[in-house]
Write a new protein. Structure first.
Lengths: 312, 183
């Protein structure tokens, strides 16, 4: 039986590299686990000189390439990822704005209206990765930007439907959309802004290739939502791009994660979440305040959800 | 409230950020060892060098996307490293390593195993942990991060990381003891 608390055990872990021998007074289990930790530390190795030289060569080669005149094909190749990153970055920023506004200023947009009515955030096709935030960041072909919903609907290889009750005229606002094709599927992001590009609304759609849902080691219960396979999780850690009342997680496209509105290292407020798939599109219904149970979220999902077939 | 969307979009489009060559050099000099050992813990020794080189190549090619307003260069690099490792893991869909099969013909006592053999056994035991626990182990013992830093990186509380780390160590030890029993 272990006798050290987690805090004490961690203190010993921190001290392992400075302490020659562990005291005999430790419980057998603790001593054995700490001995293993010491072994794990000892199994670290230095990178070979060949690797170090290889990494140093990266800058040397690129500097030489930078100095050479660029060909037309090189310019074309470099242009697309930059634009894609920029657009995707804008989308992630918009995600953050959405989450912040949901958490701190519940008024205004369609999503905020949903929050007021149901205490939930309804995000069709929200991010499918619990720890990844956005899907694979390596596009498999050039991303495409669009200036109207219709263009996305025509270009997408799967049905895309937007909610119909936005509190603004969608024909008169600024629309920015893009499709990024990735190893695991296609990621569609659509943003609405006013004349000054101030954020109004965002919708995300994610079509992934067939395969098991990637939800890490989260505990989720299988459930049927509007006749589709779904998952229900109560008290999930809000460790993806989402907001809880006092803690927001912001994950950039490059994977940089920052916290907003909470002390570093503090526990995050858990959330309730209901997810379901229609075809290969993942939908997500989030209750950030854990105010509602499964029945409430199911009712909300089934009444607000527009099936891809177009049938209510 | 964060930057207005329009301003942020303009900033992204105009490329008002980046990492200088000198800063990149300082970055790889300070992080190469850590990144290499992290990759080694996550993917094994076989492809650790190649993947580590790929990480720095990717970082170099994306250095213009670095924004000092979002974090330090090492935070940025580690995000790239962890994404690339996750990508590799997804692509190869790691087969389960059957300890009993791999080690059935090995009559050598565990205590007398070479460091390479010991490393392979430890890696096999770690590979049976949940992905999150594998990541925590790699960041703690490969990269040498503290639990507090790991907590920030994996979006868990420090207390949760400490707890998971301790349980993970316990599970790895049981796995390794299982090897001893088989022998």
């Amino acid at each position: 039986m272990s006798e050290l608390s987690d805090r004490e055990f961690n203190a010993w872990l921190e001290a392992l590299e400075r302490v020659e021998t562990l005291p005999d007074t430790l419980a057998a289990d603790d001593a054995a686990d700490l001995a293993l930790a010491r072994r794990l530390l000892s199994l670290r190795t230095a990178p070979s000189p060949r690797l170090a030289a290889r990494v140093e060569q990266i800058t040397a080669n690129s500097s030489a390439a930078d100095a050479a005149p660029a060909t037309a094909s090189t310019r074309s190749h470099e242009g697309a990822p930059r634009r894609w990153r920029a657009l995707a970055g804008a989308g992630i920023v918009a995600s953050l704005v959405l989450m912040i506004s949901l958490a701190f200023t519940p008024a205004g947009t369609w999503a905020q209206g949903m929050l007021q009515r149901f205490g939930v955030t309804f995000l069709p096709g929200a991010t499918p990765q619990w720890s990844g935030g956005v899907p694979e960041i390596t596009p498999t072909r050039s991303p495409v930007a669009f200036s109207h919903e219709r263009e996305i609907q025509a270009a997408a290889e799967f049905p895309v439907h937007w909610p119909t009750d936005f509190p603004f005229d969608r024909e008169s606002v600024t629309f920015l959309g893009f499709i990024a094709y990735t190893q695991d599927g296609a990621w569609i992001e659509s943003l609405y802004g006013d004349e000054a590009y101030r954020y109004l609304e965002m919708q995300v759609f994610w079509k992934r290739r067939p395969g098991p849902w990637s939800v890490g080691d989260a505990q989720l219960e299988s459930i049927s939502v509007a006749g589709h396979d779904g998952l229900w999780g109560r008290g999930m850690p809000a460790s993806f791009v989402a907001g809880a009342r006092s803690a927001l997680i912001r994950e950039e496209l490059d994977g940089t994660v920052t916290r907003v509105g909470n002390a570093e290292g503090a526990s995050l407020d858990p959330i309730n979440v209901l997810m379901w798939e229609d075809g290969e599109v993942l939908y997500m219904l989030v209750d950030p305040n854990q105010q509602y149970g499964l029945a409430d979220l199911l009712q909300t999902a089934e009444s607000a959800y527009i099936p891809l077939s177009g049938e209510k | 409230m964060s930057l207005p969307l329009a301003r942020r979009v303009r900033q992204l489009l105009s490329g008002e950020s980046g990492l200088s060559e000198d800063a990149f050099t300082a970055l790889y000099q300070s992080q190469l060892d850590r990144v290499f050992n992290y990759v080694r813990y996550r993917l094994g020794s076989g492809e650790a060098e190649d993947v580590t080189a790929d990480i720095f190549e990717r970082a170099w090619s994306r250095r213009e996307s670095y924004d000092s307003g979002k974090g330090t260069p090492s935070t940025w690099l580690w995000a790239i490293a962890r994404n690339l490792v996750t990508d590799r893991l997804r692509r190869r869909r790691l087969p389960q390593i059957e300890l009993s099969t791999n080690l059935a013909s090995d009559d050598e006592p565990f205590s007398a195993l070479s460091q390479q053999e010991e490393w392979e056994q430890v890696r096999a035991a770690i590979s049976r942990l949940s992905p999150v626990d594998q990541e925590i182990i790699a960041l703690r013992f490969g990269a040498g991060y503290t639990n507090r830093s790991i907590a920030t990186m994996v979006n868990l509380s420090e207390a949760n990381v400490s707890q998971r780390l301790r349980r993970a160590l316990h599970r790895v030890r049981n796995e390794l003891q299982g090897v001893d029993v088989h022998e």
